[in-house]
Design a protein around this ligand. Structure first.
Ligand SMILES: Cc1cc2nc3c(=O)[nH]c(=O)nc-3n(C[C@H](O)[C@H](O)[C@H](O)COP(=O)(O)OP(=O)(O)OC[C@H]3O[C@@H](n4cnc5c(N)ncnc54)[C@H](O)[C@@H]3O)c2cc1C
Length: 715
């Protein structure tokens, strides 16, 4: 299993710096004693001679950078910054590699800093964020957290920006996960430096980038939290405690990863032969079997794929993006909206589709004109002062692209009837669509689609398919997963929990006993499993309903790019299959996978359609948007999540205006030793982020439960 801070990955020079820093820190505190675990690590990693270390460092740098790990990336970034420093002579740390002196040789004021070694700060001058983490984090705490968090959470180092002292405070309850020992740090050391002098030195050594990052770390600039939020566990956690995790979807995988890092012994039981659950990428050869007996086999080109479940990661989903960053899963932008994409309604433009840029800007122009008229007729005098009226009118002219007399007469924002060209060829702006027609077309969903919080740019997708995420987890916790093991019974016992499952590889009925259980199965499945949940919990599980989303994918030559200049984004229609989603992957390549149909099936006209009828409806929508191109669509795959075994639904159904489903407050509490997890135990239903956060919560609750048990035993 891989440790988040992999000591052996530190470069030789970093080991040496670390060792020096430990020595300085202990000497300054007048201590002969050094924390054993750190000393041992530093010694075993830095037993080579400085010359050998330098040679190794040179070799590392000359090699092709793979950036496979954070530490490697950090080492390279550090080296780059060092090389790019104004001159070797101005870099104090390069001249004095111990890294234990804050001051430059030229600007030092004797007596002030000499006896005050500053553990991480000189390194910062060389670093980028990753470098800072790789070098400093292991000293401060034995787990990586965001810089902002590190300062306050681990309490090993606090930067007071007010009086500009850097105080090293011994971390309370600091615990080394590797050695399973509590660490003791020397008590308070204080180093004085002026803000300006420090930043000046950082700037000299590392340039603007380094200064910017240091200012962020010191709280002078905001730092967007970007790391996966690490669950807080009562320390010391794990030990010999065991956890059985039900389901290897995102919630199960995150649980396994975080628990095993914290020292718990885990096993994950998974019915499928793959990890990821609803995170499912379909490629050439993938079989799609549904509970109604339908079997489809994907025959896309090898390079194409279809994310049948999750397909986009919002930029606000920091936990999922944090794991991608931590595991090195490469991401690309998922183009969720495009003004070149289309809107089609039979009530608009004779049924011919209209570009979104026209509908968006014509709607805006009409609304601006109406409001301007109302203001000019003094209809809003109650609401607006005369000064505000003037300012509002000025704003509306810009907002709606109105004429000086506040009329909307069309705008080049809405696109051109005749595109501008060379010489005399000026563009001719489109005539605006009549406001009554716009109101009648009722295309608001498509118009306002990108305004929804989670769908606002920028969104991301893993390069090569969403299943790169479970694959990255599998690399780390794959050895803990028992595939093809279908859970059949869950029982609470006097010592914890006992789970019986059918090992479908061997056909044997087997049992897994553990102190705790994280149940990350969808309730559609769980309600069919024989479990002795409390009556209240059982009733909730039995009563909830799931939505059944479907997606239909086709492989096709990229006519939408060549003929319509559409690169990603979604077109909307007023038809049974109401959207067509263009791929963001492999733009400009020959063929792409286009999603012609993604919506909730239950309760819609599609529910009663068989596979052939659905595909036909899908083709018709493509034809309505791109006449003549439905014949380009090849090798369809349709996934109806309500009929996918082990899922039996896409996400939990939340009716009407309710915030959550009935019983949610009870479900998020443990039922004895059983802790529920999955996106349905979060307020981010239908998002992997919800699944991951719910896993963090379950892990933290287990930590608390263990702590409480321990206290009860000791009492
Ligand atoms: C069509 C669709 C589109 C989506 N779009 C997005 C998106 O764009 N972005 C996003 O972030 N999220 C999206 N989601 C939501 C996302 O997929 C889920 O929130 C997330 O994957 C849920 O993870 P989970 O671990 O909670 O559950 P699951 O992934 O359902 O995991 C449950 C696991 O339990 C296993 N299991 C079931 N029964 C048994 C049994 N009896 N014994 C053993 N194991 C069993 C299953 O095989 C599965 O591996 C989408 C989902 C769907 C269906």
């Amino acid at each position: 299993m891989e440790n988040p801070i992999h000591y052996s990955r530190f470069s030789a020079e970093e080991c040496w710096l670390r060792r020096q820093s430990i020595r300085d820190r202990n000497l300054s505190a007048g201590q002969a004693h050094r924390p054993k675990s750190i000393v041992r690590t530093a010694r075993c990693l830095s037993s080579r001679s400085p010359r050998l270390l330098r040679r190794e460092k040179r070799q590392e740098i000359s090699e092709e950078p793979t950036l496979a790990s954070k530490t490697e990336a950090a080492a390279l970034a550090k080296e780059k910054l060092t090389r790019e420093a104004p001159s070797a002579g101005t870099c104090p740390i390069k001249a004095e590699p111990s890294g234990a002196r804050l001051r430059t040789k030229s600007s030092a004021t004797p007596g002030k800093t000499r006896a005050k070694p500053v553990l991480p700060l000189p390194l910062v001058a060389h670093t980028q964020i990753d470098d800072f983490e790789a070098n400093v984090s292991p000293f401060l705490a034995c787990r990586p957290v965001g810089i902002g968090q590190r300062m306050c959470q681990s309490c090993a180092l606090s930067f007071s920006t007010k009086d500009w002292r850097f105080n090293s405070i011994p971390a309370q309850n600091e615990f080394d996960a590797r050695s399973k020992r509590r660490l003791s740090y020397p008590r308070a050391r204080t180093v004085m430096a002026t803000r300006r002098s420090f930043l000046t030195q950082v700037g000299r050594a590392g340039g603007f980038g380094a200064t910017y990052l240091v200012m962020q770390s010191l709280g002078l600039l905001p730092v967007p939290p970007s790391e996966a939020n690490v669950p807080r566990l009562a320390s010391p956690a794990g030990g010999s405690r065991t956890v059985v995790i039900l389901g290897a979807g995102i919630a199960g995988l995150v649980s396994a990863w975080e628990l095993s890092k914290a020292g718990y012994r885990c096993v994950v039981l998974e019915a499928r032969g793959r990890a990821g659950g609803r995170n499912w990428t379909i490629r050439h050869g993938t079989r799609v079997e549904m509970t109604d007996g339908t079997v489809q086999t994907c025959s896309f080109d090898e390079s194409n794929y279809f994310n049948a479940g999750p397909a986009r990661l919002p930029s606000q989903h920091r936990t999922m993006l944090g794991y991608c960053r931590e595991f090195g899963v490469p991401l690309e932008v998922e183009v969720n909206t495009s003004r070149s994409a289309l809107l089609q309604s039979d009530r608009l433009n004779g049924g011919r589709p209209v570009e979104q840029r026209q509908l968006v800007n014509d709607t805006r122009g009409h609304v601006a004109e109406l409001l301007a008229k109302a203001i000019c007729r003094d209809a809003l005098d109650q609401e607006l002062s005369s000064e505000d009226k003037e300012r509002m009118l000025a704003f509306l002219r810009i907002y709606g692209d109105l004429s000086p007399d506040y009329f909307y007469k069309g705008s080049e924002r809405a696109g051109f009837r005749l595109a501008p060209g060379a010489g005399e060829r000026d563009g001719v702006v489109r005539n605006p669509i009549d406001m009554h027609v716009l109101l009648d077309a009722r295309l608001w969903e498509g118009l306002l689609y990108e305004e929804q919080f989670a769908w606002q740019a920028t969104m991301f997708q893993p390069i090569g398919g969403m299943d790169q995420i479970p694959a990255a987890f599998e690399k780390r916790v794959g050895h803990l997963i028992r595939f093809h093991c279908q859970i059949e019974q869950i029982r609470k016992t006097s010592t914890g929990v006992s789970v019986r499952y059918n090992n479908r590889k061997t056909g044997a009925l087997e049992t897994a006993d553990a102190d705790y259980c994280i149940c990350a199965l969808p309730f559609t499945v769980l309600k069919k499993i024989d479990a002795d949940f409390s009556p209240e919990v059982k009733q909730i599980i039995d009563s909830v309903a799931y939505d059944a989303a479907y997606k239909i994918a086709w492989e096709s030559p990229r006519f939408w790019e060549k003929e319509y200049s559409i690169y990603g984004g979604i077109s909307f229609l007023d038809r049974p299959v109401n959207l067509v989603w263009y791929p963001s992957a492999r733009l400009f390549s020959e063929k792409g996978v286009i999603i012609a149909g993604y919506n909730i099936e239950n309760g819609s006209i599609l529910e009663s359609m068989d596979l052939a009828a659905k595909l036909d409806a899908s083709r018709q929508s493509v034809e309505a948007l791109h006449p003549g191109h439905s014949r380009d669509l090849q090798t369809p795959i349709c996934v109806c999540w309500g009929r996918i075994p082990h899922s039996l639904g896409s996400w939990i159904h939340i009716s009407g205006d309710s915030a959550m489903y009935p019983g949610y407050e009870r479900i998020i509490q443990p039922d004895g030793p059983i802790f529920f997890s999955g996106d349905h135990t979060s307020h981010l239903v239908g998002w992997q982020e919800g699944a991951a956060l719910s896993a963090h919560r379950a892990v933290s609750l287990i930590g608390q439960a263990q702590h409480t048990d321990r206290q009860a035993r000791n009492a």
